[in-house]
Design a protein around this ligand. Structure first.
Ligand code: NOJ
Length: 757
């Protein structure tokens, strides 16, 4: 796509298109002209200042100073994009200056972090991933776009599709977890939702931004902004596929990540931004830096000053400079000094103009949608469904859930997340309003208050508190309750950008609270609302049942209440491996086998005899104090019924590399309630030229069955999807034997083998 041929062709197109018309309207203003021709026509009319202006993105200040600074800048064509404008009047006012007062009338691209909802907040992306439902993710993004565009936003910095294998990293909340395939499927769905499928030019679409490119989630020690050391082979195997999927779904923009991978900050990494993204993948949109990441080449110590940083970032492939004004300040003199070419600037401008044309901004620059879309009943219903499907039942001893209404007449609701209007919304909700949140307590009172006596005692003021008196009050309130629901977890501020934790245990006095409630002997149900998989083994042991909901968003309360009361059955599955302790991080299911894999027969510290010799333990890959197994594996989740997998069959025993594997098996609901199972298909390459993963998720589906019902589930899996990236960085299917498993999670199920010849 990005070749000189293309420009010759589009130049000719521009010529052909203008010739017979003899009109005074410039070609770029003609809605029916081809986008590339419009881009070239407009580019040809722009002076250097106007071009540099398009590369400049700033954050708006909603005050007089903001007006004084930005109004003239926009009028002079000095600004391509503004972020954080979030009301229609300001959006239209600013847009009017750009369209009606600037020389060429190029509209602004108004941007915002709309991450998991705009007003109606959906579960955090990690929670959405737990649904294993691309439809939930697509619908969430669509609704976010409809609501945000009603305030003038036309570009979101989402989806965040960083693979994260370390729960200490606070931004694990914002992505879809550890699996490249699940993340790729969700990336595709979210891009289509934001960009309104094929109708990207409609007024309710937002340009998507695939971020953060790339390997940002591999931050050493799970500490945000930290260095990463991912080889290009591993990038191609694990970290790049979700971005390719976003691009294939039409993502118009990419954001360079903050991290330096293998010594090169992404913002000046030509290999990934130009060689791979543009040349290999044919990307023709634009790349934005992350906030101030151009300037940050100086503290990274790969540029001596800001001007040098600007040269490095622009020539590597960062087209738009977010927030720090470095391009605007230096590019003009850098071009004059011959350090940056006009060709590089044109490349950057082209992608930005193309995006604006494709969004229909030249035709519809102003806000046209209805304000009544915010918190529309259908949006709230979709958010409730998303919260419902994202909740994961981790434990249910003695079938304590759903509550038996003949036994549970009086219920104690306690815990710092039971009525946490703000914290339940999760990280990155600039525009969500806690006044609209329906908490667990609200929901129980509103929906089940007539048939159930609800007693509420907070237990702790917030998750980080440790107050013996409030805890004692909750324990006292349990005395005459038939069952207890304790909602624990993390405040929203403990996850998200820059919010990392070294210790993944429950914070504050929460563990103590759970322990004291356990001591009452009442049936104890623990709900966990958090931005990451927490190491909750101790508390889960104490509880009879555990539901993990991540931060479930605006409608988390009713979703959870319906699950507890049995109106619905849980169906979420873990989108990340849950560590048993912080020290197991990074931990993920699709790891390599190692030369000395743990067998499960290893001894722990308590079992080691005194004065045992150095090799006594056999030397396998595990921790003496934490073994090798996680608390819960990837893909895990229970429900109120049981499912059996049987009769796994493949259509052949041997396949050609260009063949397709037809997989079928029978799924039976062997329990007493209707429920949905997320069926999962994994493969493993048994011998390869480089160490393969022990398992890779290849397909999944949500299958709903009535009690006693059986269904034949079928998947088609092209053999090409089994490719592994070799040491030569080429991805290919290597002939040989493979195993294939279908099951309820990444560790169990029915298995068979096949070969590729
Ligand atoms: C920094 C974050 O890394 C990025 O995800 C976000 O979109 C930008 N700031 C803009 O707020």
């Amino acid at each position: 796509m990005v070749t000189s041929h293309r420009f010759i062709v589009t130049g000719l197109l521009a010529l052909v298109f203008t010739l017979p018309l003899h009109s005074k309207t410039p070609l770029y203003k003609k809605a029916d002209a081809p986008v590339d021709a419009r881009v070239e026509d407009l580019l040809g009319r722009m002076n250097l200042d106007e071009k540099i202006g398009q590369l400049n993105q700033r954050a708006y200040w909603h005050n007089d100073e903001g007006r004084k600074l930005f109004d003239p800048m926009i009028e002079a064509g000095g600004l391509g994009s503004l972020m954080n404008v979030n009301d229609p009047a300001s959006a239209d006012r600013l847009q009017r200056i750009a369209v009606e007062k600037s020389r060429l009338g190029i509209p602004l691209l108004i941007a915002r972090d709309v991450i998991h909802g705009y007003k109606t907040i959906f579960p955090i992306p990690l929670g959405q991933a737990a649904t294993f439902s691309p439809e939930i993710a697509r619908e969430g993004a669509r609704i976010a776009a409809v609501e945000a565009s009603s305030d003038g936003v036309r570009w979101t910095f989402a989806p965040m599709i960083d693979i994260a294998r370390d729960a200490r990293w606070g931004r694990i909340a914002e992505g879809c977890g550890e699996d490249p395939y699940l993340t790729s499927v969700m990336a595709d769905a979210m891009v289509r939702g934001f960009q309104n499928g094929d109708s990207v030019g409609s007024p309710t679409s937002l340009a998507a931004c695939a971020k953060h490119f790339v390997a940002y989630g591999a931050a050493e020690g799970g500490r945000d902004y930290n260095a990463t050391g991912v080889s290009e082979r591993e990038l191609r195997q694990t970290y790049l596929p979700p971005f390719k999927s976003a691009l294939d779904a039409g993502a118009m923009t990419f954001m360079a990540s903050f991290n330096a991978n293998d010594g090169v900050p992404s913002s000046c990494n030509k290999r990934i931004l130009t060689d791979i993204l543009r040349k290999e993948w044919g990307f023709d949109g634009f790349v934005v830096s992350d906030c101030f990441s151009v300037r940050e080449l100086v503290p990274h110590r790969v540029a001596a000053n800001e001007a040098e940083a600007a040269v490095k970032c622009l020539t590597a492939g960062v087209d738009m400079d977010m927030e720090d004004g470095i391009y605007a300040a230096h590019l003009d003199s850098l071009v004059k000094a011959g350090l940056v070419s006009v060709d590089d600037i044109d490349r950057a401008v082209r992608g930005i103009l193309r995006t604006k044309f494709m969004l229909g901004l030249f035709e519809n620059p102003y806000v046209v949608t209805q304000q009544s879309v915010k918190y529309a009943p259908s949006h709230l219903a979709a958010a409730r469904r998303a919260a419902l499907e994202s909740a994961i039942l981790l434990k249910n001893d003695g079938d304590v859930l759903p509550f038996d209404r003949t036994k549970v007449r009086k219920l104690l609701i306690t815990g710092p997340m039971a009525d946490a209007r703000y914290n339940q919304l999760g990280t990155w909700i600039f525009d969500g309003e806690k006044e609209h949140t329906v908490t667990l307590l609200d929901a129980f009172r509103d929906i089940y208050g007539d048939s159930l006596e609800i007693v509420y005692s907070p237990g702790l003021g917030n998750p980080r508190k440790s107050d013996p008196e409030t805890m004692a009050a909750a324990v006292a309130a349990a005395a005459d309750a038939d069952a207890i629901v304790v909602a624990v977890g993390e405040d929203a501020i403990l996850s998200g950008e820059g919010h990392c934790m070294a210790d993944l245990g429950l914070v504050g006095g929460q563990s103590q609270l759970v322990g004291q409630l356990k001591a009452t002997g009442k049936p104890l149900v623990m709900i966990v609302m958090a931005g990451r998989p927490l190491a909750i083994g101790r508390e889960a042991d104490m509880a009879d049942a555990v539901i993990y909901s991540f931060h479930p968003g605006t409608m988390g309360g009713p979703a959870l209440a319906d699950l507890l009361m049995g109106r619905e059955s849980p169906s979420g599955k873990t989108p990340v491996t849950f560590p048993s302790t912080s020290g197991q991080c990074p931990i993920y299911y699709n790891h390599a086998n190692t030369g000395r894999p743990a067998t499960g027969a290893e001894l722990g510290i308590a079992d080691i005899p005194d004065d045992a010799g150095n090799t006594f333990l056999g030397c396998t890959s595990y921790y003496l104090d934490a073994g090798h197994k996680p608390l819960y594996p990837f893909g895990y989740g229970l429900t109120y019924t049981t499912f059996a997998y049987s009769d796994l069959a493949l259509d052949k025993e041997q396949y050609a590399p260009d063949g397709t594997i037809h997989v079928s098996f029978t799924l039976t609901n062997t329990g007493k309630r209707e429920a949905t199972e997320v069926v999962q298909l994994y493969t493993a390459d048994l011998v390869a030229s480089v160490t393969p993963s022990v398992a890779d998720l290849r397909r999944f589906d949500r299958v709903r069955l009535a009690p006693g019902e059986s269904r034949r589930v079928e998947f088609d899996l092209p053999v090409s999807e089994l490719a592994i990236v070799g040491s030569d960085l080429v991805s290919r299917v290597e002939p040989g034997e493979f195993s294939l498993r279908v099951g309820p999670d990444s560790t169990r199920g029915c298995e068979t083998k096949f070969s590729v010849k």
